[in-house]
Design a protein around this ligand. Structure first.
Ligand code: RAM
Length: 507
């Protein structure tokens, strides 16, 4: 359902892309030793004469999002046939040891960053039309005539981002490890800030509601490009599903259009993201324009309440997101998100001056909290359970804590008790870990929150991350919900939590 008034305002907020030029800092050779992958230095690419089957690996020194140009020349006799090249782009070195042809997952293979090109005449300059997300580039000669060799004479990337590094708020963390995590998180955000807040510059390269909310939080502590948050909110409100539900994600090309996918929690996070934005900026225009959309999300969500007063479960895949753990039952977590959104909606209605609505929301919140206690709480085990199988998961506890379904004291005991529940469904994304850290801080468990941040994001940093990854399950590092790791994004917006928490709490 399009609203031209809101869409026009969104369009006026599209940012300018800033361009920088990056060149390779090193020529390398990636090597695999057991599970570990590292790089050793290799002869400079300009000094290599490449023949059939040979390759060079370029390292640009940091994660880039942009357009690659290579220049090439020949050595030997006059070229008597085209050069056939395969070029692979990788965010992490590990990707070079994956076989794209073996990938059979459910997300399209077309995301794999791999191209084949023919060069008919040398010397030549070739610019890739597609934008790639990478730090490393592999150029392999698939075939070349035996009469000559190929020399790569130059390579450069026109890198793009709408993040203005001159506007980045300076921050010096108290410990060097936190500074490192902050730097990586800021780079992650920088790369995802394009014409919209993308979820990841490799994949899906578009605006997702859950990602936007977290990017916005990190943005308030770093770049403060608040118009990009505003644009995101207007885009979601400017085209919704026919009943007014905010879509899970938006396309902006060839024209603005809501995806036909909606997820219970993502729609509700629109309410929280608007509340955060208004808190941050005091933007009354946005509050007036977007209030109705926010309240509609609450209303639609309430239609999912069952006769016991809790959100009804569903076996429809993807009805609610919460995390990429495919075994996760979403019912209890969804109820927690509903409570959390009710609190945000109350704050919005107060700011809007809609006191009748505020009072109604307050009653709804209190009743649904009681229902959560009555229906979802397992007294014997002292945890929340979810779905018909009464599943115990970290996600359920965290979202219900954030929704105030337990008191602070009870919440602290609950999370401590969870440490002993080895059978609980685990968290697998930095997105879910973000909510875990948020829940810890909400309960005042700051030391534990710091420890989790340091361990979880710190472990990615130890593995050489330049930007934080879409998925990281320390207990199963090569896990992928998509049926293969080659389509995973290693610069993913929802992972930029360290920049938010470290700066906000001045760690
Ligand atoms: C992934 C996207 C995005 C996320 C959705 C639910 O496919 O990359 O980050 O919001 O899942």
């Amino acid at each position: 359902m399009k609203d031209q008034y809101l869409l026009e305002k969104a369009k006026a907020l599209f940012p300018k892309l800033l361009e920088t030029t990056a060149v390779p800092t090193e020529t390398i050779e990636p090597i695999q030793e057991g599970q570990a992958v590292c790089a050793k230095s290799a002869p400079h690419y300009k000094e290599r004469a490449l023949r059939n089957g040979e390759k060079v690996f370029l390292d640009f020194g940091n994660h880039l999002t942009g357009y690659l140009t290579i220049r090439m020349a020949s050595e030997g006799a006059h070229p008597d046939a085209p050069v056939w090249l395969k070029v692979r782009f990788a965010e992490r070195l590990d990707e070079f040891f994956e076989d794209a042809a073996a990938y059979q997952g459910w997300i399209s293979k077309s995301w794999i960053q791999e191209e084949q090109i023919h060069i008919d005449v040398l010397p030549a300059e070739y610019s890739f039309e597609r934008r790639f997300a990478f730090r490393y580039v592999e150029i392999e000669v698939l075939d070349i005539s035996s009469k000559f060799a190929l020399v790569i004479t130059d390579a450069q990337c026109r890198a793009v981002s709408s993040a203005d590094d001159d506007a980045l708020l300076p921050y010096q963390a108290k410990e060097e490890r936190f500074s490192q995590l902050d730097r990586i998180a800021v780079r992650t955000l920088h790369e995802c800030m394009q014409r919209v807040f993308e979820d990841g510059p490799k994949r899906d390269r578009r605006l997702w509601m859950g990602d936007l909310r977290i990017e916005a939080l990190a943005n308030y502590e770093t770049y403060r490009q608040n118009n990009l948050v505003k644009q995101g909110l207007y885009l979601f409100a400017g085209d919704t599903l026919p009943d007014g539900q905010v879509s899970a994600n938006m396309f902006i090309e060839p024209e603005i259009e809501a995806d036909d996918v909606a997820m219970f929690d993502y729609s509700l996070f629109f309410v929280a993201a608007l509340r955060d934005y208004v808190r941050q900026t005091g933007d009354d225009e946005a509050l007036r324009d977007l209030y109705k959309t926010a309240m509609r999300q609450i209303e639609l969500a309430s239609h999912r309440l069952n006769e016991e007063g809790v959100i009804a479960d569903s076996d429809q895949l993807g009805w609610c997101f919460l995390d990429w753990n495919l075994n996760l039952n979403k019912q209890a977590g969804a109820h927690g998100v509903y409570l959390y959104a009710l609190k945000a909606a109350m704050e919005l209605s107060e700011l809007y001056g809609d006191f009748e609505e505020q009072a109604r929301l307050e009653i709804e919140l209190e009743e649904r909290k009681r229902d959560a206690q009555r229906v979802l709480w397992d007294d014997e085990q002292g945890v929340f359970v979810s779905g018909a199988q009464r599943q115990i998961s970290w996600a359920s506890q965290c979202f219900l804590i954030l929704g105030d379904a337990v008191s602070r004291e009870e919440g602290i005991q609950l999370l401590e008790r969870m440490e002993t529940r080895k059978d609980a469904e685990q968290m697998v994304t930095p997105y879910m870990y973000h909510h875990y850290v948020e829940a810890l801080l909400y309960l005042g468990m700051e030391e534990k929150a710091k420890q989790v941040l340091m361990q979880y994001w710190g472990s990615m940093a130890e593995q050489g991350a330049d930007t934080f990854w879409e998925l990281y399950n320390p207990k199963a590092p090569s896990e992928s919900p998509y049926g293969g790791t080659i389509v995973l994004s290693y610069c993913h917006a929802w992972s930029c939590a360290p920049a938010y928490f470290i700066r906000k709490y001045q760690w």
